[in-house]
Design a protein around this ligand. Structure first.
Ligand SMILES: C[C@](O)(CO)[C@H](O)COP(=O)(O)OP(=O)(O)OC[C@H]1O[C@@H](n2ccc(N)nc2=O)[C@H](O)[C@@H]1O
Ligand SMILES: Nc1ncnc2c1ncn2[C@@H]1O[C@H](COP(=O)(O)OP(=O)(O)OP(=O)(O)O)[C@@H](O)[C@H]1O
Length: 324
């Protein structure tokens, strides 16, 4: 695994101390594991006056995880390792840092903590990697500082950090409405197998929503609504039916900004995927497989095609943020 270690304080001063980057386990450290998500339906309405879009967002957590370790420190510092770590900001804009500050502020304490992020979730990939780290940091700091916040209190803070953050805390499957932050848990009747193809470089979520608005200029975008056939397929664990019902209203916008993703989608379908779609705002593409063996074959074909830089196989549902 490639490792990038950069200890930087909130004011941007680089620290030494790669030793800070150790995993959890000791009495003074708390490690939280947190999953990535794929949107199995992303229904997007027209732009709201506040710049957000109303969604019918069916989230599914997948077994691809970041780990966030919190340990006491003199000031708030962040380190990050793993693929894409060089693209992760280590200052106060990191969602994990923002989470620690928000929680500390709520309790009138100083956010003096070192947060180490072990990253597996693609950065700026449409799989809610930053959101996952925000949710994980909230739970890790709450545990480290012995605050005992309720689930409702944590969810309220998650929603302030970002639209995807509440789902990273709860995991499983859920329908998100409003800007995606108001969740109703969904029943999942079986295990689903996925392949994720990581693209070269990321896509900015606001840019993809902006492209959605541009493509829909002059069009009356209907209010989004969760698909009944999709929810039924999820409930019964029926992979072919789920494949037939997958949809992402942001996909045309992501493909418009990154046309090469169309070839990745075609390659995965040709390799036996039940269905293929862009994950959230992209550019990661998601492929539903009929079983674990097929998933490995699809991942191999995608990598061999050169249309992506890495692949991950994963299953769903996966548990939300969990203290290890
Ligand atoms: C594409 C998704 O990942 C699907 O789950 C999410 O909708 C994005 O969620 P997120 O990254 O947590 O987004 P936020 O941090 O809340 O918002 C970032 C930006 O995305 C756009 N945004 C986000 C959510 C939403 N319902 N409508 C939007 O238009 C807005 O431009 C916003 O300023
Ligand atoms: N902990 C973090 N991990 C990754 N990126 C972060 C983090 N904190 C802040 N960022 C910033 O957020 C941007 C988006 O990264 P992120 O990995 O969350 O994208 P994403 O997975 O596409 O998000 P989403 O699916 O929620 O729209 C990055 O380009 C980076 O500048």
């Amino acid at each position: 695994m490639s490792v990038t270690e950069n200890g930087v304080t909130e004011s941007g001063v680089r620290e030494g101390g790669a030793a800070e980057a150790a995993g959890g386990g000791g009495a003074d450290t708390v490690t939280v594991r947190v999953p990535a998500k794929v949107n199995i339906q992303l229904g997007v309405g027209g732009a709201r006056p506040d710049g957000y879009h109303d969604l019918a967002n069916v989230f599914l957590a997948v077994s691809l995880y970041d780990r966030v370790t919190a340990r006491p420190a003199d000031t708030l510092t962040i380190t990050c390792e793993g693929p894409g770590a060089a693209q992760v900001p280590l200052d106060g804009t990191n969602l994990a840092a923002r989470a620690a500050k928000l929680l500390a502020e709520r309790h009138g304490i100083a956010p003096d903590v070192h947060l180490h992020i072990a990253k597996e979730i693609p950065v700026a990939g449409g799989m809610a990697g930053g959101s996952a780290d925000g949710a994980a940091a909230l739970l890790a700091c709450d545990t480290l500082w012995g605050l005992g916040s309720s689930r409702a209190e944590l969810l309220e803070l998650c929603a302030r950090l970002g639209s995807d953050v509440p789902f990273s805390l709860v995991g499983g499957a859920a329908l998100g409405v409003g800007r995606g932050e108001r969740l109703t848990p969904l029943e999942v009747g079986g295990e689903f197998h996925w392949v994720f193809a990581v693209a070269d470089g990321g896509l900015s979520t606001p840019a993809v929503y902006g492209e959605f608005d541009r493509l829909n200029e002059g069009v009356r975008v209907p209010a989004p609504k969760a698909s009944e056939p999709l929810l039924a397929a999820l409930r019964t664990g029926d992979a072919p039916a789920l494949g037939a019902a997958l949809s992402n209203d942001l996909q045309p916008a992501a493909l418009s900004l990154r046309p090469s993703l169309a070839t990745t989608l075609t390659t995965g379908r040709a390799a036996g995927a039940l269905a293929a779609l862009v994950s959230g705002s992209g550019p990661t593409t998601a492929f539903l497989a009929s079983d674990a063996v097929s998933a490995v074959a699809i991942a191999r074909a995608l990598l061999a095609s050169g249309t992506c830089v890495a692949t991950h196989t994963a299953t769903s549902p996966a548990a939300g943020a969990t203290v290890l």
